[in-house]
Design a protein around this ligand. Structure first.
Ligand code: PMP
Ligand code: GLN
Length: 379
């Protein structure tokens, strides 16, 4: 086969989760909650299944869910979005990201990607014939060097992909970041794809700044999120994209032939579950307790770290301990210490290896404590 993605193999998430399973290690690699979702939500799904809601949903999503998303956006951001023309329900944020990239990127267009970057962006860009332009985030906090961005945005740039809170670093965008981005795209035909799947997981009193909250940026943006992260249901694969009408029209042209629509009873269950706003508003406090517990325990391991600002991931530095590559260390820790992590070099386009590992702390406290105990002997 003449591969269209010759350099792509299995994702690191598959590789490390498989290794964790084979080695019977605690799996802090792939990002998914190690506890179940609310049984109320499960009951709602079977309720809607038994009521006969088992056929295709409308292409753009169940009206009830789109209305509930509009209501959530009103409550959290004080912004009105039109559920009919600006919201599309997708099969996970992954589909929304793919559809937005496919809908906007023409062959030869440049797409700005900040790295380390979530691994699904680059293949989608390349399948559209786009050219990713990678811009490294600035260590140690993974903030953005806006002068560098200005120098990299050429006349060929069509799309800028951003991710806040950021996977893997947890960096949370500031109002200055929004203002800098707005100045760069002003008067240019550049769209923005904002991956906000961790929108409800921010720490230490920070506020998630959605691109929807910036009037100029909103006009050019696809904003994607995922119920997988917010309601501990990564296996349901339900997400959504909010974009202005003209962009939504183009996004839906792709979505209708990619998946057409997504699970009907699950959409209805989520729509009803969303009515109680504390169910997503309490998520930051829930995960902050886990981040604090994990970071407290990390102090008695040999790793160095800066506590994550958001998301459910914590990066650690190990360069002072060993010269080995992050992949080698991640494999060794899984085999010898029985704790699996993600080597972050996989989130870079080149051979960068900042000697860091990513741990997912969306796990039960006992599991985190046991993992920390095992990591004390890391070397
Ligand atoms: N974007 C980021 C930054 C992620 O970490 C993930 C991982 N779950 C996704 C998108 C994909 O979300 P979903 O599972 O809803 O497809
Ligand atoms: N988003 C998850 C992570 O970053 C993994 C999703 C996947 O397995 N594709 O770990």
């Amino acid at each position: 086969v003449k591969s269209k993605l010759p350099n792509i193999g299995q994702t690191i998430f598959t590789v490390m989760s498989q290794l964790a399973q084979n080695e019977k290690a605690i799996n802090l690699s792939q990002g998914f909650p190690g506890f179940d979702c609310d049984s109320e939500l499960q009951k709602l799904v079977s309720h809607f299944m038994q009521k006969g809601h088992n056929q295709y949903a409308p292409m753009s999503g169940m009206p009830k869910l789109r209305e509930a998303i509009a209501e959530k956006t009103r409550k959290t951001l004080s912004i009105n979005v039109d559920p009919d023309s600006e919201i599309t329900v997708t099969s996970g944020a992954t589909e929304a990201l793919f559809a937005a990239i496919t809908a906007t990127v023409h062959a030869g267009d440049e797409v700005i990607v900040f790295e380390p970057a979530y691994d699904s962006y680059q293949p989608a860009i390349e399948l559209s014939g786009g050219i990713p332009v990678f811009i490294p985030l600035t260590m140690p906090d993974f903030s953005i060097d806006w002068d560098l961005v200005k120098s990299k945005v050429s006349d060929k740039a069509r799309l800028i992909i951003i991710n806040t809170p950021h996977n893997p670093s947890g960096y949370v965008w500031t109002s200055d970041d929004l203002a800098q981005l707005a100045a760069i795209v002003e008067d240019k035909c550049i769209y923005i794809l904002s991956d906000e799947v961790y929108e409800h997981i921010v720490f230490d009193g920070r506020k998630h700044l959605s691109l929807l909250s910036h009037p100029q940026l909103r006009k050019k943006s696809f904003v994607c999120s995922s119920f997988g992260k917010t309601f501990h249901i990564t296996g349901w694969k339900i997400g959504y994209c909010i974009a202005p009408k003209a962009l939504t029209v183009e996004l839906r042209k792709v979505h209708q032939y990619l998946t057409f629509s997504t699970s009907t009873p699950m959409q209805l269950a989520i729509a009803e579950y969303l009515e109680e706003e504390s169910r997503y508003l309490k998520l930051s406090a829930f995960y902050q307790q886990k981040r604090d517990l994990f970071c407290e325990g990390l102090k008695s391991t040999p790793f160095k770290f800066f506590p994550a600002q958001g998301s459910f991931f914590q990066l650690v530095e190990y360069g002072h301990l060993t010269d080995c590559s992050d992949l080698d260390l991640a494999v060794r820790l899984t085999k010898e210490n029985k704790v699996a992590s993600i080597p972050i070099s996989v989130f870079y386009s080149g051979n960068q290896d900042p000697k860091m590992l990513r741990f997912c702390f969306a796990k039960r406290d006992e599991e985190l404590l046991q993992a920390l105990d095992r990591l004390q002997k890391a070397n």
